[in-house]
Design a binder for this molecule. Structure first.
Ligand code: AP5
Length: 216
């Protein structure tokens, strides 16, 4: 197995936006736990049904469901040279599970870029976000408007607003992030893997900083 990166950051920091750019530039798969859950919700699978109520409330899906799902994805052929993880791990338990999974496959995390953005800006980004139905491509009414309103620039499919981007759910997701996910900042800092990136800059500036860190 090859190079693995974990993109860390609060909801709305730009993890998905940046992962799409880096994944293309570095030719490594973008593995988003949130996207896998949303695909399962759309297809009404058993996994989607299990995740639905947690996602709608802005809570984390339990570790016993999430860890197995991501490990199954990482076992696929396209991850043999590495992957860019977005939204996973999100709890210390998930982080330890990922470490053991990679270790047992002779691999390790290369670095953990932490995209940091303040809370007020996160709410503005999430309330203006529009997501494409087909592939999850992400736009923003102000910061990244689609060429044709309501349509994805990349595949032409309809754009929608995620249910969990409602103001009260966003606030809950941010609370959950500080309580359950932010301990991972110290976890990865202690391992010497954390690199903090100022996520308040423009999409292009953040990408440049990330490409510099990832050095693919
Ligand atoms: P998930 O889909 O992972 O959501 P999230 O972490 O809350 O992250 P987001 O997708 O909301 O934000 P992002 O950082 O990717 O920002 P984006 O690039 O879109 O998880 C959803 C749910 O699934 C969770 O709540 C949980 O229930 C469940 N789940 C998922 N993983 C789990 C796990 N591991 N364990 C348990 N449960 C899990 O950008 C946001 C907006 O800002 C966009 O409109 C974009 O255009 C704009 N933007 C981006 N960058 C910039 C910039 N630099 N300047 C201006 N605008 C920008």
């Amino acid at each position: 197995m090859g190079k693995f990166y974990v993109l860390l950051g609060p909801p709305g920091a730009g993890k998905g936006t940046q992962a799409a750019i880096i994944s293309e530039k570095c030719d490594i798969p973008h593995i988003s736990s949130g996207n896998i859950f949303r695909e399962n919700l759309q297809n009404d699978t058993v996994l989607g049904q299990k995740a639905k109520s947690y996602m709608e409330k802005g809570e984390l899906v339990p570790d016993d469901i999430t860890i197995g799902m991501v490990e199954d994805r990482l076992e696929k052929e396209d991850c043999k040279n590495g992957a860019l993880l977005d939204g996973f791990p999100r709890t210390p338990n998930q982080a330890r599970a990922l470490d053991s999974f990679l270790e047992s496959n002779g691999a390790a995390i290369k670095c953990v870029p932490f995209i940091n953005v303040d809370e007020k800006e996160l709410i503005e980004r999430l309330s203006g976000r529009w997501t494409c139905k087909a592939e999850g491509h992400v736009f923003h009414t102000k910061y990244k408007p689609p060429k044709e309103p309501g349509k994805c620039d990349i595949d032409g499919s309809d754009l929608y607003q995620r249910k969990d981007d409602k103001r009260e759910t966003v606030e809950q997701r941010i609370k959950v992030y500080f309580k359950q996910t932010s301990p991972l900042i110290a976890y990865y800092r202690e391992k010497g893997l954390l690199v903090e990136i100022d996520g308040s800059k423009t999409i292009e500036e953040v990408s440049d900083a990330l490409i510099n860190v990832v050095q693919c």
